[in-house]
Design a protein around this ligand. Sequence first.
Ligand SMILES: Cc1cc2nc3c(=O)[nH]c(=O)nc-3n(C[C@H](O)[C@H](O)[C@H](O)COP(=O)(O)O)c2cc1C
Length: 172
Amino acid sequence: MQISTTFQLAMNRRYPEAVAIAIAEDARGIPNPLTLHWVMPTALDPPMLAISIERTRYSLAAVRQAREFVVCFPSTTMSKEVIYFGTKSGREVPKLTACGTRTQPTAVVRGVLLADAVANFECVLESEMETGDHVLFVGRVVAAHMHAEPTVRRVYAFGHSGLAAACSATPV
Ligand SMILES: Cc1cc2nc3c(=O)[nH]c(=O)nc-3n(C[C@H](O)[C@H](O)[C@H](O)COP(=O)(O)O)c2cc1C
């Protein structure tokens, strides 16, 4: 039986939800990562990924200016990064160096790959759409990378009962 509720309460039932990290170079040339729930594939041919960024984020201007970005699926060893990149702003701190995150060079776009992620996708911005308090960016995937070790698993969020719990690898 369904009972009527608010959008937010109903959305809270959706966990576990995958977590991603998007990285775009800012105006100073610093690759700036932000944690994202809202990422989806939108096409296979050519491959496309969409990310939804809230208007106040530092990353919004970075994506618009760079017109390219990397999308990573963090692994279970990257909870620290998921929380740090999702609570600190690139306006105040160079997040990748502050967090000591292991990176690798990209093949095509400006930015970096996250070495410990399950997968990384280099994207060139195709289009953007205003959608309420967020902006949807669609990127064409121009290079894809995956972790060499197939047993490395993706991290999921299990709720909003504190970020540490939200980024745990198993339900809490
Ligand atoms: C688990 C998690 C999921 C998030 N999902 C999104 C999202 O989908 N879109 C978004 O704009 N912000 C999202 N955020 C918030 C941003 O990652 C956060 O505000 C970040 O500090 C912005 O960084 P910036 O100012 O350097 O761009 C999420 C944060 C966490 C912890």
